[in-house]
Design a protein around this ligand. Structure first.
Ligand code: GLY
Ligand code: MN
Length: 462
């Protein structure tokens, strides 16, 4: 973990942003997969990690905003636990590691919360997303599960977002380590993308890299020769020439900071002409959108800029037509680019989205559109120094969506449906990098991962 002063400072800043009452931070417990004792790889809650740093299950923390007191709740292990799990630090030592002076058994939590409620004090908590944490809140607060889900504190959400959204130097270093892992994962995947290989052989190999260098993957690996399905987790296809393989994969550093990178490569290591044409459009959208990053500009504008580049490239190929400005304004490009340009990234790969996407990506100046395509943009607001986010334009030929739009003759003033038909067997391309907003511009994080056609062909044929 970071030095304990990091966590003390974060908690003090949080207290300074809150009015009064108690803040309840729930850590995660182990989660079962096929029977109770067979559990998933443990993942601590990211807010708990941010403020308390402790990567152990079954802890809850309370901060008294008015008195400043902090208490860590959890139970010391007994001899049975030690026999199975080995020696574990005492709760008071765990608390001390992160600068919390008081620890108490979990059985005392209910007493403390009930007393606060009886005095009319506000209990602030973040939106719970795990069943056992919802259950604990129903017991502590004497509320139904629905009331608990509706009852998260907006004041706390806003305060947490305002802190976590700006990454400091030590956090950026962690993200860059996660990028080092991603570099190994993606260059390995590129070299393996040869005809006859099954997708799962590559997905398994790169997941192993994530585990061997860090804390495993930051989200389930997306790897497919059917990249037109945006989040394709099926890894059973045999690679064949003529297809492009999309690999959207990232890792967690040892402190759980994420990377999230996408590369698309031609199976066999050589782009054909059609692949080159489409690839260059997406590459330009990626690189130009990155160059547009600067404090004060908005990610919504970068998204629309990338959409214009895609529409204009498709117009050059005869797939789109008419005014590019009008086409993008009407959302015609979304037939081929139906998702957002990117999202914040940090302790969560989609950072803090569990607190409510619009709290992270939008504000009173920039609100979310409801137009197909633009509606999926998770981050629209102004860039600020310290933001870390993804830039991930894509271009896809999704047969079912093409058929639907064509049957409706939708936006046919901008789309040449006869030309589109010829690309229905193409698949999709996405190119994603992770970017830090600096004082006067941007920095693409991590060692550059091959991205141009020449770099990719050289890597695959090395
Ligand atoms: N890397 C997957 C996503 O951004 O949704
Ligand atoms: Mn992403």
């Amino acid at each position: 973990m970071f030095h304990k002063n990091t966590y003390i400072t974060r908690r003090n800043e949080l207290k300074g942003k809150m009015s009064s009452g108690l803040i309840l931070f729930q850590g995660n417990s182990e989660a079962s997969f096929n029977y109770p004792d067979n559990t998933y790889h443990f993942r601590q809650d990211s807010n708990f990690l941010y403020f308390f740093g402790l990567d152990h299950p079954d802890m809850t923390a309370v901060i008294d905003i008015d008195s400043g007191e902090e208490i860590l709740f959890g139970d010391d292990v007994d001899m049975d636990d030690i026999i199975w799990m080995g020696p574990q630090p005492l709760m008071k030592d765990k608390a001390g590691e992160v600068g919390v002076s008081k620890s108490m058994p979990i059985s005392k939590l209910k007493e403390l919360i009930s007393e606060a409620i009886s005095k009319g004090r506000k209990i602030h908590f973040l939106p719970p997303y795990r069943g056992d944490n919802v259950l604990l809140l129903t017991q502590l607060l004497d509320k139904t599960a629905d009331a608990v889900k509706q009852g998260a504190s907006q004041e706390l959400i806003r305060a947490v977002v305002s802190l976590r959204i700006h990454k400091d130097e030590e956090e950026v270093k962690e993200i860059e380590y996660a990028m080092d892992i991603a570099y190994e994962m993606h260059t390995t995947a590129m070299k393996m993308a040869m005809p006859g290989v099954v997708e799962r052989e590559i997905a398994g190999k790169i997941e192993g890299i994530a585990h061997s260098m860090g804390n495993g993957v930051s989200f389930p690996i997306i790897l497919s020769i059917n990249g037109q399905t945006l989040h394709n987790h099926y890894h059973g296809n045999v690679l064949r020439k003529g297809r492009m393989m999309v690999t959207d994969a990232g890792a967690e550093s040892l402190l759980h900071y994420a990377s999230d990178i996408t590369r698309t490569v031609p199976v066999g290591g050589k782009f054909d002409n059609r692949q080159k044409q489409i690839y260059e459009i997406v590459l330009k959208a990626n690189t130009e959108a990155i160059k547009a990053v600067k404090p004060g500009k908005t990610n919504r504008d970068s998204h629309l800029y990338a959409a214009e580049i895609i529409a204009s490239g498709l117009k050059d190929l005869g797939i789109m037509k008419g005014s590019i400005t009008d086409a993008v304004q009407e959302g015609a490009h979304a037939l081929f680019f139906p998702h957002g340009l990117g999202h914040h990234m940090g302790l969560d790969v989609h950072d803090m989205e569990g607190l409510g996407e619009n709290f992270i990506g939008y504000d009173e100046n920039i609100t979310r559109s409801n137009q197909f395509g633009l509606a999926f943009l998770r981050f629209g607001k102004e860039y600020e120094p310290g933001h870390v986010f993804t830039v991930e334009p894509g271009l896809y030929f999704i047969p079912a969506l093409i058929d639907l739009w064509k049957s409706e003759n939708k936006l046919s003033e901008f789309i040449n449906y006869d030309a589109v038909e010829k690309y229905k067997d193409f698949g999709g391309i996405r190119i994603e990098d992770d970017v830090l907003v600096t004082k006067d511009g941007y920095r693409v994080l991590g060692k550059p991962i091959p991205k141009t056609i020449t770099e990719i062909e050289e890597t695959m044929n090395a």
